[in-house]
Design a protein around this ligand. Structure first.
Ligand code: FRU
Length: 481
C-alpha cells in the first residue's frame, strides 16, 4: 500500500472517531440495518460468502454526506443478521482510482478473495477516465491492489463501470454497466481465464437492442446470474421516463429474464420489471451463498433524488442497505423474500386471530414500536380495502376493487405533501412489513412485490393503527425486533 492510501485511511478513521457520538445520537439511526459509521453510503459491493463468512463492502464517502472519491467500507457476518465493521478495504489513493474506488464485485480464486472494481479518475478539467482494477486478500480483511486489468474499449464513453464477475464453465465473465458512444445504456460482457487478461465480447443487452427501443442513457450496476434455470439480468438504468405508476423514481432498478448462450455470446430476454415499488432502492447486487441461495442487497437510497433533504444529514450520515433478500424465479417472476435468518431478530411475538377491522382506527397492544416486524394474513379472499397507519407518517393501503397496493408518506422535503408509490396486485394474501427507526420494507404475497423506503416520523410516535372497509377476517402478528 502506498503512503497516499495509508494517509487517506488514517483520515477516514479519524472522521469516524470524531463524529461517532453525534452519529449515534441520531433518533433516526437504524437498529438492524447496515449503515455507514459516518458520511455517505451508497451501493453494495463485493458481496460474497468466503469460508463461511459473509462479506459485504459498500461505496463510502467518509468525509461528507455527499458523493465524492469513494472508499470501500467493509462489513462481515456469520449469519446475515449480526454485522461487524471491518478495516477499510480500499481507499482512492492510486493514480488509477484517485477519484473513487467505484462499485464492483468479489470472487474467490486460488483460495483468496479478489475484488474487481472501477477506478474512477478525473483530470483537472473534470474529464473522466475509467479503469477496471483488481485487488486481492489472503485473509479476507487486508486488500492489496494489483492495478488495472481492463481499459476503456472503443465504442463507449468513460461511463463504463461496476464490474460484476462470475465463473461459468471454467471461464471468468464480467458484465459492465456502460454508455455507448451514441449515449445509450448497455450491459457489456468480457471473458478471462485468469481475472487479469480480459477479452471484450461486446454488449449483451441495452437500449436499442431487442426488445428495447429507447431505454436510458446509462445502465449502472449490472448483475447476470442463473436462477431457477433461467438467466436473470439486474441493472439500474438512468433516463427512463415515468409511465403511469411505473418508473416514478429518478432512476430505476429492475430485471429482465432470459437465456444466456455463452457459445454465441447472445442474451435473449424479455421486458424490464422494476424490482421494488418504493421510493428508495437502487444498485442491488447478488451473490450465491454456500447454501446455494441467491441473496441480494440493495442500496436503500437513490442517487441525486432528495439526497440533500434527509434529516440524518444533521448527524453527519446518510443512507443504509436494505435487508438481505433471497431470490427465486417463479413463473418468470422474481420473488424476493427477507432471508430466513432475520427471524433471529424477533424478541417477542404477539398474535391476534380473527381480526375484523372497522372504519374506526384500531391499535393492537404489542403491535407498535420503532423496530417491528408485522405480518398481516388474509383469512379468506380479501375484499374491500384496508389501511395500516404507521407512526402517523406512512400508510400502507390495499384496495381490492382497484387491485392496487400503495405506500404513502409525508414528504421529508416539505414535511407536508404526500408522496405515493403503487403497484397492481390481483389479490392480497399477506403483507410482511419491517419497520426500523427510519425505514420501511414491505413484502406482499411472500415476496411477489416489495416496497422499500426511508421515513422520518416523529421519533416519539411509535403507533401503528389499522382501518378496514369490508375487509373480512385477518390474522395479525407483531414481533418486536
Ligand atoms: C451507482 C453508482 C455506480 C458507481 C458508484 C459510485 O449508484 O453511480 O455506477 O460505481 O455509484 O459511487
Amino acid at each position: 500500500m502506498n503512503d497516499r492510501n495509508r494517509e487517506l485511511i488514517a483520515l477516514a478513521n479519524a472522521e469516524v472517531e470524531a463524529y461517532k457520538s453525534k452519529v449515534e445520537q441520531d433518533p433516526y439511526r437504524l437498529t438492524y440495518h447496515i449503515m455507514p459509521p459516518v458520511g455517505l453510503l451508497n451501493d453494495p459491493n463485493g458481496f460474497i460468502q468466503y469460508r463461511g463468512t459473509y462479506h459485504l463492502f459498500y461505496q463510502w464517502n467518509p468525509f461528507a454526506t455527499e458523493h465524492g472519491a469513494k472508499f470501500w467500507g467493509h462489513y462481515t457476518s456469520k449469519d446475515l443478521v449480526h454485522w461487524q465493521h471491518e478495516k477499510i478495504a480500499l481507499a482512492p489513493g492510486d493514480w488509477f482510482d484517485k477519484n473513487g474506488c467505484y462499485s464492483g464485485s468479489a470472487v474467490e480464486h486460488d483460495g483468496k478473495i479478489k475484488l474487481i472494481y472501477t477506478g474512477n479518475v478525473k483530470d483537472k478539467d473534470g474529464n473522466r477516465e475509467t479503469y477496471q482494477c483488481l485487488a486481492v486478500s489472503e485473509n479476507g480483511v487486508d486488500f492489496e491492489k494489483q492495478g488495472v486489468v481492463v481499459e476503456l474499449p472503443d465504442g463507449y464513453t468513460a461511463h463504463f463501470r461496476d464490474p460484476k464477475v462470475w465463473q461459468h464453465n471454467g471461464s471468468w465473465y464480467m458484465v459492465i454497466g456502460a454508455q455507448s458512444k451514441d449515449l445509450t445504456g448497455k450491459a457489456v460482457l468480457l471473458r478471462s481465464t485468469d481475472l487479469k487478461t480480459w477479452e471484450h465480447l461486446g454488449p449483451i443487452a441495452g437500449a436499442h437492442m431487442e426488445p428495447f427501443a429507447d431505454f436510458g442513457y446509462m445502465w449502472e450496476c449490472p448483475d447476470l446470474f442463473e436462477l431457477d434455470g433461467r438467466d436473470v439480468l439486474i441493472f439500474s438504468p438512468q433516463g427512463i421516463e415515468p409511465e403511469g405508476i411505473k418508473y416514478n423514481n429518478l432512476y430505476q432498478a429492475g430485471y429482465v429474464v432470459g437465456d444466456m448462450d455463452y457459445e454465441t455470446v447472445r442474451y435473449k430476454h424479455g421486458s424490464f420489471v422494476e424490482m421494488d415499488r418504493g421510493f428508495e432502492f437502487y444498485a442491488p447486487q447478488t451473490t450465491l451463498d454456500e447454501k446455494g441461495r441467491r441473496i441480494l442487497f440493495g442500496w436503500l437510497g437513490i442517487p441525486e433524488e432528495r439526497e440533500g433533504d434527509h434529516p440524518t444529514l444533521k448527524h453527519n450520515w446518510i443512507h443504509a442497505m436494505t435487508l438481505p433478500r433471497e431470490l427465486r424465479l417463479i413463473d418468470g417472476k422474481l420473488i424476493q423474500k427477507p432471508v430466513e435468518e432475520l427471524k433471529q431478530l424477533r424478541k417477542t411475538e404477539t398474535v391476534y386471530e380473527n381480526v375484523r377491522l372497522t372504519e374506526e382506527p384500531e391499535a393492537f397492544a404489542g403491535i407498535e414500536g420503532k423496530a417491528l416486524e408485522l405480518f398481516v394474513e388474509a383469512k379468506q379472499r380479501l375484499s374491500g380495502s384496508f389501511t395500516i397507519n404507521i407512526r402517523n407518517h406512512v400508510t400502507v393501503h390495499f384496495n381490492d376493487e382497484k387491485q392496487l397496493l400503495s405506500l404513502k408518506r409525508i414528504s421529508f422535503v416539505d414535511h407536508a405533501s404526500v408522496e405515493e408509490r403503487h403497484c397492481f396486485l390481483k389479490e392480497l394474501k399477506n403483507l410482511r412489513v419491517f419497520l426500523d427507526a427510519s425505514s420501511i420494507e414491505l413484502f406482499a404475497n411472500d415476496g411477489e412485490e416489495v416496497f422499500t423506503a426511508r421515513m422520518y416520523p416523529d421519533p416519539q410516535d411509535v403507533s401503528v393503527t389499522f382501518v378496514g372497509k369490508g375487509t373480512g377476517f385477518l390474522r395479525l402478528t407483531g414481533y418486536q425486533l
